[in-house]
Ligand binder design. Sequence first.
Ligand code: ZN
Length: 167
Amino acid sequence: MLPGPFDDLITANKIHAVTHQPPATKGAAGRQLAVITCMDCRVSPAAVFRLDPGDAVILRTAGARVTDDVLRALVVATHLLDVTRVVVMGHTDCRMTTNTDEELHHAIGRMAAVDTRSLDFGTISDQRVALARDVQRIRSSPYLPAALDVLACVYDLGTGCVTELST
Ligand SMILES: [Zn+2]
């Protein structure tokens, strides 16, 4: 039988399951935390903040943007999953900060001959401005608790440090 594209994952899961312990909670965030960050595979929010399963809700988008889907998830997380604080974490060397939407459309069109011009990628020309704007988007949502604590920061892929931003 030919190897399948997911064989490595199924094999890894068999090893994982040997030592797996069932979670003690019902899905609430044990540290009352949600982290919104980029989908970049070099960023591991669990590692950055030393989080364990059950500690935090993790939401990921291209560029750590606070999209409508992120807001919807935050409404559930704050009202039903004990989240009282939210970190919005961008990172250095983010592809979404080094390309415009137009450049991404062109790059994808060149690589895959797919016309993506009807999509809004939410690319970022100024990361600090975008983070401040996304924090404001959370703070101004009528569906989220007014007392929600929100922090914006940038994770440095080189040093492993986060820099807090005032928003
Ligand atoms: Zn990124």
